[in-house]
Design a protein around this ligand. Structure first.
Ligand code: ATP
Ligand code: MG
Length: 409
């Protein structure tokens, strides 16, 4: 059997990027031979194995044939007579379809190296269209390598456009889509992921609620960029610049969905968009079965981001309601993430990226003030049950009034 490095490891070495995980392809072997060497099979009907020591993935060279919708509709053919070239042609992009032996000799039948130099994301063959997930993968790679000047080849974009129109994207499982979305949002330029999806018409299918924000104006005084879609992209860009976690990036993407529902007569104002957006945020959350912490933060940020911006003007009682809604006493981290999302929202405005955001420290101070109320003395005074709850709240309100009186405006 011959063993080759394939995919990302080869690509990233040629790009001079750090290689994190290595995928291997094995030519000329059978499942039995792999098992005899101690490799552990990954799935029952999938010719992929884990190395007994390194845990890296070794896949038998295989060909694929499509026989139905979605990813389940694939027939794999793995046998010792499948060649390296036959295995490479089923891969998504030319830059991902190169292999390397242990002497670093490159096998590159589909000109991945040429496309690396030309900074092009180009599909290997028309079979690209057989797995709609590739639309998301290409957009993710566009986000990852935007910094290096990569763009999607026009003919690949055209194929992605056809795939988006064909209805095939709807056959993707939430789990597969979410994995790509989550990885793409964690790239350095996540906004490029959304831009590419939009350009090929996939955004309209996957997240019509986000797509609808493009072309919707906001008041120029607060939003010099005017367009709500452009604003959303900038907020994502800031979130990546500030190395925010996935929860915050997800919340940033969805925070303004309500603005897509504003009747045109009301433009450029968006009265109560926070509240109107909640059902849309919920729908997107559920469509991709986003993890619970992402779902929760997106809804809270959607509902309260304007409170965040107006923090310094909020009455103590409103401030208290905000802190209670976040259960800031038991979930301090989640409130920090809310503050971060608000700050990214404020920075995601044209020309205002560098403006300070005093609301952040003000909100942190308010949380600390409310949290400093001790329960023990109230218990000692004999408060119990709902009365105790009321007493705690009233002490917290007092603490917030005192905080507001002295906090620097
Ligand atoms: P990363 O650095 O994100 O891991 P990668 O290129 O290694 O990038 P993997 O998802 O690990 O991506 O996949 C390894 C290789 O398998 C890819 O380079 C590509 O050749 C192929 N591949 C993975 N998923 C698909 C797919 N859905 N369609 C076609 N080829 C795929
Ligand atoms: Mg990989």
């Amino acid at each position: 059997m011959q063993i080759y490095k394939v995919g990302g490891a080869v690509r990233d070495r040629l790009l001079g990027k750090p290689v994190t995980d290595i995928d291997w392809v094995v030519v000329g072997a059978t499942t039995e031979e792999m098992l005899a060497k101690g490799f552990r099979p990954v799935g029952a009907d999938f010719p992929v194995f884990l190395h007994p020591k390194s845990g890296e993935e070794y896949a038998l060279a295989r060909t694929e044939r499509k026989n139905g919708r979605g990813y389940g509709g694939f027939i794999f053919h793995a046998s010792p007579d499948v060649t390296l070239e036959e295995d490479l042609i089923r891969r998504d992009l030319t830059i991902n379809a190169m292999a390397e032996d242990d002497q670093q000799n490159l096998t590159d039948p589909y000109h991945g190296q040429r496309d690396l130099e030309a900074r092009l994301l180009r599909h290997v063959s028309p079979a690209f269209a057989e797995d709609p997930l590739r639309v998301l993968r290409v957009a993710r790679f566009a986000a990852r390598y935007a910094e290096l000047g990569f763009t999607v080849a026009p003919e690949t974009l055209e194929l992605m456009r056809q795939l988006s129109e064909s209805g095939e994207l709807e056959a993707l499982t939430p789990e597969r889509s979410w994995k790509e979305i989550a990885r793409a949002l964690m790239e350095d330029q996540p906004q490029v992921f959304i831009e590419v999806l939009r350009e090929c018409g996939a955004l309209k299918v996957l997240m019509p609620e986000v797509d609808a924000l493009f072309g919707v104006p906001q008041p120029e005084a607060h939003h010099p960029e005017i367009d709500t879609g452009a604003h959303t992209l900038s907020v994502l860009e800031q979130a990546a610049l500030y190395k925010q976690p996935l929860t915050v990036r997800w919340a940033c993407l969805l925070h303004d969905l309500g603005k897509g529902l504003t009747p045109e007569e009301e433009w450029p104002r968006h009265i109560a968009h926070e509240h109107k957006g909640l059902k849309l945020i919920k729908a997107v959350n559920e469509r991709f079965k986003a993890p619970k912490d992402c779902q929760e933060l997106a809804l809270l940020v959607g509902k309260y981001h304007t409170h965040g911006h107006r923090a310094l003007e909020l009455k103590p009682s409103t401030l208290l309601e905000l802190l209670q809604s976040f259960d800031v006493y038991r979930r301090p981290q989640r409130f920090e993430e809310f503050i971060a999302a608000c700050e990214m929202d404020a920075r995601g405005r044209k020309g205002l990226e560098q403006r300070s955001y005093p609301q952040a420290d003000y909100l942190r101070g308010a949380a600390t003030a409310a949290r400093s109320v001790a329960v023990q003395p109230l218990l000692e005074k004999g408060f119990k049950g709902p009365e105790l709850g009321e007493a705690i709240k009233s002490e917290r309100l007092k603490a917030l009034k005192a905080y507001k009186a002295v906090a620097p405006a």
